[in-house]
Structure formats: C-alpha cells, structure tokens
Design a protein around this ligand. Sequence first.
Ligand code: SAM
Length: 290
Amino acid sequence: MRCENEQQRAPGTLYVVATPIGNLEDITLRALRILKEVALIAAEDTRHTRKLLTHYNIHTQLVSYFKGQEARKAEGILDALRAGQDVALVSDAGTPAIADPGTILVQKAREGGIAVVPVPGPSALAAGLSIAGFEGPVLFVGFLPAKSGQRRTLLQILANQGHHLLFYEAPHRIIDSLADCLAVLGERRVFLGRELTKLHEESLVGGLRETLALLSGRPAVKGEFVVLIEGVGEPSAPAEETVETRLRWHHAQGSSLKSAVQAVMAELGLPRSAVYKQALALWGSGTPAS
Ligand code: SAM
C-alpha cells in the first residue's frame, strides 16, 4: 500500500493527442476529454491550439513546444510530469511526432519512466492513404528534402522500391518536387490529396506527367499536399539486375549520364568504377561525365 505522499509524487502521464487536419469536427471524444482533464497542454503553436480549445470550450493551460527548441522546452514539461501532472502533447494539425515536434519529448519521457499514451486520430498520412486506392505496402518518407539536388539523390535511392512512396509537401515546392519525381522515377501513377477535410479539398489521381502539367497550368498552387507515388511493383532482387539493364532503363527515361550513374550505384550498391564505363558506352563518348 502507498501512503498519500508517495501517490502525490507518482509521475503523470504524457498523452500524445491527435487533432484535426482541417475540419474541427475531426477530433475524438477521448481527445476532447483528455485535453480538458490534463493539467497542461504542450502545443506546437499555442495561438493555433487556442482556437481549437476555444471552439470546444476547453480552458486548460497551454505551454509552447516547437521544433528547434524541443530539447529545451521538453525539460519544463518533464518537470511537470515528474511532479505528477498529466500533460497532453498536440501539434498544429494531425498526429504529433509524425513530421512534427514530439519525438524528443516522447523519448525523454520514456527514459524517465513516464507513461506515454497515444490518443489516436487524424493524420494527413492516413487520410491520404485511405482515399488513394493504391494497393500494397507503403513507405512513408515524411517531407522530401527542400533542395533539388538532395531530393533527387534520395529519390534515386528510392527509385527501385516496390513500396509506394508517401510524402508530405508544401504548396511552394509541390511542382519542383513532382518534376524531380518524374525526372528520377520516370512516369508513374500518383495520388495528390490537397487540403483534405477542408473547404477546398481536392483529390487528383493520374500520371506524374499529366498531374504536373495540370498543377503547372494553374495561376497559383495553394494548400497542403499529401503525395503518394506508385512503387515499381515487386522489388527485383539486386542480383538479377544487371548494370546494363538499369542503365538502359535510366537512358530511356532521359536521365543524364551523371544522374544515371549515381542512381545505378545506389540501386545496385556498386562502386562508380563498376558502372561508369558501361554508361559511357551507352550515352556515347561525347557525353560529358559531370
Ligand atoms: N503531423 C501531421 C499529420 O499527422 O498529418 C503532419 C504535419 S506536417 C508538419 C504538415 C504536412 O502534412 C503539410 O505540409 C502537408 O503536407 C500535410 N498535411 C497536413 N494537413 C493536410 C491536409 N489537410 N491535406 C493534405 N495534406 C495535409
């Protein structure tokens, strides 16, 4: 049996609470109860979360917890948890710690023996996937790198994936990202979920080329995007792939010698020396090496 003082010192629970990705009705009854009952809500942006709380007449104290300051901010929140207070962690939209702040606090809470409990609900990832109509396993990439060079390198590594690729993208980068996908992955089926659950919700399914042309033809591209790109089907075992077949494939996609060599090195795990000579023969000796 524990005495009163010991019970007071037992740590609180960290609840990781999913909130709407647009439509305010997309919040679970449990999430609302937890947000009401906890002593503290750690929010990515307190002003943003305040609007949600006001909508549901919840007056729980808010404290900010945002990317870049995660480690520092986590300490204060952990103090509250150690003192026995229950805390809810929320992000601006969807599920915390999925391409959002949260991981550091969750890790530190676990290390400190504090219970971490999910309160599941909306996520753009699940919302997009649920309406894309793509069968089979999916690889969640988060955000692609902002810089084109880094983005292409990552896409080259993923190019031979059997899994569909799911990623988040911001409106100001969607066209460049899709263009890089087309250049590196070649023509594939793509699903775009834009502004899901919001007033201007839109779903597009088609080839990468036509989808890119459609978006490029718009005067402005607005809204949040979740993107799903079809995988190449059953991933072929690298042993069955020859350098030549992979190079021929990249050649047919219109890749440059340099990017084809990099892609095949990554795909087959080979050094440059094992790929470059054959590439030269295929692209023609007049093609610049870099
Ligand atoms: N943790 C969130 C979740 O669980 O969905 C994701 C946070 S991440 C910082 C934000 C990105 O999620 C946006 O840039 C966009 O790619 C995607 N996203 C968020 N809300 C969306 C919506 N309503 N429709 C489509 N994509 C959305």
